[in-house]
Design a protein around this ligand. Structure first.
Ligand SMILES: *Cc1c(COP(=O)(O)O)cnc(C)c1O
Length: 454
């Protein structure tokens, strides 16, 4: 067992290149997961960890959920995969109908893909070509927000806005317009309403000046994820949606992280009754089992592509595994569980517990801000609470806290010095309390230890 573990570690160092990972860090601290059960993951040495980040924001019902395992086995007895190019398949049709019923009214048309980034690429190309197809070809630009994250392919990075990830690729990207996202904690006023109103005014000024050349605004609704778990002030999303309508610009809401119950509503746009023109989702759609993502839109946009072939209005986009049967089958089983286990209502209720448990983090010397909605939370660590001065990024305080948490039995990934907490949606109150206790101890040990001096 131990020999096998050592051998795997050596081979992983020899052959693998991991996503978003400085491989020197991995080589210093390798970890190989062997199995999972419920909210726990087990490594090749037999040590267990809470899955405090839902295996990067995916997992819903825990690992090895019987109904999901069974759905894949049942589908496997029929077929694993056939193409969606020019034809369809049984679970892809059934899932599309279910999704149309779940998404906000009017978003009834599903385009499948296999990752959140691909779903975003599809949304961008769809919005771009929509204007071409209806005779307004000058509307080609996208508006995005500071700290926005929409995936790692070149189009998705072009509408992304996180310097540390995106700067190096800048010469490769298409140009998009940036407006300020309402980051209340870091806003000069520190006031929620002032911050919201200033950011809406900035968006309005942008649209007023350039709406003739703008195809769409893209935004992560309610909570920015990878940008640092940044919660929107109430009314911002609805205000932005109103402006898009007023200036005849499409609204794309990227719900890859927030969709499927994560924020305590099935989709985050429901918090403000917003119906976008295009919605993207992924992550939780299969309960965290298989790579399915979706881009959904309304009949107006769909009809702009519907014509004789020779008009060349076809949406020229597809992927080999679009509409994969195993993925669609497990997504259907996942949605059944959302109903039978009342997942969204449970998230709403248990998010109160998360809020209460996180409150005592305010007493920690280096916790600057706590942001939370549903099962999505971020704790921003700062060197100085009064001045909100960050730690020097080179100190990697967030990373050190995550290593400490791992030692204490929980896995997460920090976003710079923001500690992100996104447990599986089915976590019990006991699980949540245990995970939050680990998080608190790790933050306290690392930031209040002698080694940290700004
Ligand atoms: C994770 C994420 C993506 C990218 O999804 P992948 O499946 O990792 O490609 C896009 N947008 C948002 C908001 C995300 O959180």
């Amino acid at each position: 067992m131990i020999d096998k573990h050592k051998e795997l570690i050596e081979k992983s160092k020899q052959y693998l290149w991991l996503p978003f990972t400085q491989m020197q860090d991995y080589d210093n601290d390798p970890l190989i997961i062997e199995s999972g059960e419920g909210v726990l993951l087990k490594d090749t040495e037999g040590k267990t960890y809470y899955d405090g980040f839902s295996s990067v924001w995916l997992n819903v019902h825990g690992h090895r959920k019987k109904e999901l395992d069974d759905a894949i086995r049942t589908q496997l007895d029929k077929i694993a995969h056939s193409t969606l190019l020019g034809m369809t398949n049984v679970p892809a049709v059934e899932l599309a109908e279910r999704l149309a019923q779940l998404t906000p009214k009017g978003l009834d048309r599903v385009f499948y893909s296999d990752s959140g980034a691909a779903a975003v690429e599809i949304a961008l190309k769809m919005a771009f070509q929509y204007w071409q197809n209806i005779g307004k070809p000058e509307k080609q630009k996208f508006v995005t927000m500071t700290n926005g994250y929409h995936g790692d392919t070149v189009g998705a990075v072009s509408v992304g806005n996180i310097d540390i990830f995106h700067k190096v690729y800048k010469p490769l990207l298409f140009e998009s317009y940036k407006v300020s996202y309402p980051y209340v904690y870091r806003h000069s006023s520190g006031d929620t309403d002032v911050c919201r109103d200033e950011c809406l005014a900035e968006l309005q000024a942008m649209l007023e000046e350039r709406h003739n050349e703008i195809a769409a605004v893209i935004v992560e609704p309610m909570m920015q994820g990878a940008g640092g778990m940044i919660l929107m002030p109430e009314g911002f999303l609805a205000g932005a949606a109103r402006l898009c309508q007023e200036y005849d610009v499409l609204l794309i809401t990227d719900e890859v992280a927030t969709g499927f119950g994560r924020t305590g509503e099935m989709f985050a746009v429901n918090h403000e009754g917003v119906v976008p023109d295009i919605i993207t989702a992924g992550k939780g759609i299969t309960g965290g089992y298989l790579p399915i993502a979706i881009t959904m839109t309304n009949e107006r946009i769909y009809q702009a592509f519907y014509d004789d072939y020779t008009k060349l209005k076809t949406f020229f986009h597809g992927h080999s595994y679009t509409g994969n049967q195993l993925g669609c089958a497990v997504a259907l089983a996942n949605l059944d569980l959302f109903e039978s286990e009342k997942i969204v209502a449970n998230v709403k209720e248990k998010s109160m517990l998360i809020k209460e448990e996180l409150e005592c983090f305010n007493e920690l010397a280096h916790v600057g801000d706590i942001r939370h909605i549903g099962f999505m939370a971020g704790i921003e660590l700062v060197n100085n609470k009064e001045s909100k001065q960050p730690f020097q990024w080179e100190k990697r305080t967030g990373y050190k806290v995550s290593l400490k948490m791992r030692e204490l039995g929980m896995l997460t990934r920090p976003l710079g010095d923001v500690i992100a907490f996104l447990p599986p949606l089915a976590s019990s109150p006991q699980d949540l309390k245990a995970m939050i206790a680990i998080m608190k101890e790790a933050i306290q040990t690392v930031t209040e230890g002698a080694a940290v001096d700004g």
